[in-house]
Design a protein around this ligand. Sequence first.
Ligand SMILES: [Zn+2]
Length: 65
Amino acid sequence: MPICPPRRISKTRKRKRRTHDKIVMPGMNVCPNCGEVTLSHTVCRSCGFYDGKQVKTIKEKKKEE
Ligand SMILES: [Zn+2]
């Protein structure tokens, strides 16, 4: 059964639809704590958060006076 789209979809419409199809690397996650991209099922490298908890303390390069 041939299916024909009734109308050509405009560039804008197509692009708008595809804004949701952004490719995030497979197995990648965005850290809810710091917003850094992390590997899923892995503790965040930049803040040490995993599953909403601080799992690891990250040594931050800060000059303590
Ligand atoms: Zn993080």
